[in-house]
Design a protein around this ligand. Structure first.
Ligand SMILES: *Cc1c(COP(=O)(O)O)cnc(C)c1O
Length: 435
């Protein structure tokens, strides 16, 4: 085993090793005001150009005119349930960002994954003079385009949801898509993709291995695009666009985010691209008024490990003896993204871990109190508002001290709407039995 004595506090290391729920506060956090990100704005513009196409090909995006977006929701009953069950007061207001309802892929991966596929499609179509940026992109639903894109392939490694997102979008455009699924991937996700004509390769190994296989496949083929969940800036910026939209949503809901009203956001973290992109976007939009925490399973605290040791992708949870086996399949990642870790290094408040048991308990509590069904990974953020150690952390910082009563706690629900009803009902039964 590697020696961490110079990198990691002894108590933190032993908590992680015995899978005790724990919290790491980021001592590199720097406060800075809001600012513009050209990359993020351009990503938003690309998605707008594709809105007419998406509306035509995926009628479920019609309600939002072809923009892939999810609502925010108040959770008054869940706030009470959490307070009762965990015996803690949650000052401020609890809300949910419902990415479980995102169209097409039913998870947060509909942001980054679909963005990157669309960007590949646009780049190819522009290069071959099939479109101009000012055209109505709904023409891309025509046979001519499907035939054109079918000369190209896309490969990706995934624990399930990224594969779903890229597979659904890529196949609709006409690409040949191969998804390398890690051992965690649920059978129903593989079945759904195969129905859409996506090639699914199953691996008995974990996520990093599946990514490696996808990468290898593509290096041999000049017409293959590899979507790299461990390094992709495009994926990252696709996720970031959420912040621009959230800004408008909260305004419409009459929720202030300012000096007196902090926004505290809790994000489930796998390899880090999704929560990292969202955090990057939120910090640009809300500056020092937003505070972000990542949540990881006790078996897969890869980002906590990468950030706290400063080793980023050079360290894996296996190096401290953890198995990376969790029911939270979307978060079952042993080695963090190098890109995401470096991008959030100075803007993230901290990372906490949560047990699978608590994920299932909160799954059942949310179903009972609000009639909302999420997949287990998507509950990780819900644990944050119940943690005394996070409330203390916020109370220790100049921007949030004394202001938690006016805070909005936004829990990012990252997936669930595509889970088959029988599997969801097993999840709820399991959660109830633990309460
Ligand atoms: C992928 C995923 C996440 C985390 O995103 P990363 O980019 O892997 O950090 C969270 N929740 C669900 C349901 C996911 O599928």
């Amino acid at each position: 085993m590697v020696d961490f004595t110079n990198h990691l506090d002894g108590d933190l290391l032993s908590d992680l090793q015995v899978k005790k729920e724990t919290f790491w506060a980021n001592d590199r956090l720097k406060l800075s005001g809001s600012s513009e990100s050209k990359e993020m704005i351009e990503a938003g513009q690309l998605l707008s150009r594709f809105a007419p196409y998406l509306k035509e090909v995926f009628p479920e995006t019609g309600q939002t005119s072809g923009i892939i977006e999810s609502p925010v929701k108040n959770l008054p009953n869940m706030q009470m349930s959490l307070q009762d069950y965990y015996q803690i007061n949650i000052p401020g207001k609890l809300m949910l960002k419902c990415d479980n309802q995102l169209p097409i892929a039913g998870s947060i991966k509909a942001r980054g994954g679909i963005y990157e596929v669309l960007k590949i499609a646009e780049t190819l179509a522009l290069k071959h003079n099939f479109i101009r940026k000012t055209d109505d992109y709904s023409v891309m639903a025509d046979r001519k385009f499907i035939d054109f894109f079918s000369q190209f392939s896309i490969a990706v490694g995934s624990t399930g949801n990224l594969g779903l997102s890229i597979g659904m979008m890529g196949a609709a455009l006409g690409f040949k898509v191969t998804v390398h699924m890690s051992r965690e991937a649920k059978q129903w996700k593989k079945d759904l993709l195969r129905e859409k004509g996506v090639q699914v390769v199953e691996h008995e190994n974990d996520f990093s291995h599946a990514v490696e296989e996808g990468r290898n496949q593509c290096t041999l083929d000049p017409n293959c695009f590899f979507i790299d969940d461990e390094n992709s800036r495009d994926l990252f910026m696709g996720y970031a666009v959420a912040a621009l939209r959230l800004h408008k949503q909260l305004e419409r809901e009459g929720i202030n985010v300012d000096q007196e009203h902090p926004l505290i956001v809790y994000l489930p973290c796998g390899v880090g691209g999704g929560p990292g992109g969202v955090t990057y976007g939120l910090k640009h939009v809300f500056g020092e008024h937003v505070h972000c925490y990542f949540a990881e399973p006790v078996d897969s605290p890869c980002m906590l490990l990468g950030l706290s040791t400063g080793k980023h992708e050079a360290i894996s949870v296996r190096d401290i003896g953890l198995s990376n086996q969790t029911e939270a399949d979307g978060l079952a990642v042993g080695r963090p993204s190098a890109l995401a870790g470096k991008m959030v290094n100075e803007i993230l408040n901290g990372v906490y871990t949560v047990s699978d048991e608590n994920l299932f308990k909160m799954l059942a509590l949310l179903h009972a109190s609000e009639n909302i069904s999420l997949e287990p990974s998507a509950l990780a953020g819900m644990f944050g508002p119940t943690l005394q150690v996070i409330q203390r952390h916020l109370e220790s910082m100049p921007r949030t001290i004394g202001r938690l009563n006016q805070a909005t706690h936004l829990v990012w629900a990252t997936g669930g709407s595509l889970v088959p009803p029988s599997i969801m009902s097993d999840y709820i039964t399991k959660g109830k039995s633990l309460l």
